[in-house]
Design a protein. Sequence first.
Length: 127
Amino acid sequence: MEPPRATFEDRVRLGWGWLLADGRDGRPRATAIKAVCGCGWEGRARPVTQEDFDDADKASEAPYGEWAHHAEVGLAKDLPKELSRALGAVEWQLNDLAGTSYEMSKKHKNGETQIGDIRPLAVLNTV
């Protein structure tokens, strides 16, 4: 069964589960366990033993840790639209303060900036 594709909001709520395939009742017997994510990422397959079926929580620790790292990195890149827009506005303001925006560099080159218009230390303090 394939995991569903997840939105940003879904990904922060995804849980973890062990799907037991122990060979009983006509089910296939698992030979490996791996973490999968709704985004399509898959972790490393790890062979399973009888002890893993006896203690599924312990068997899940390594794949879960691998998935948690993946999710944390993925979520750091995928921000809600409102936050992305706000950060874009902050970036624009910081480029003005640093004198690196097109408008400010043009003004500076033409001698149209005043003392205090370009404040790279304010940018560093903000960051």
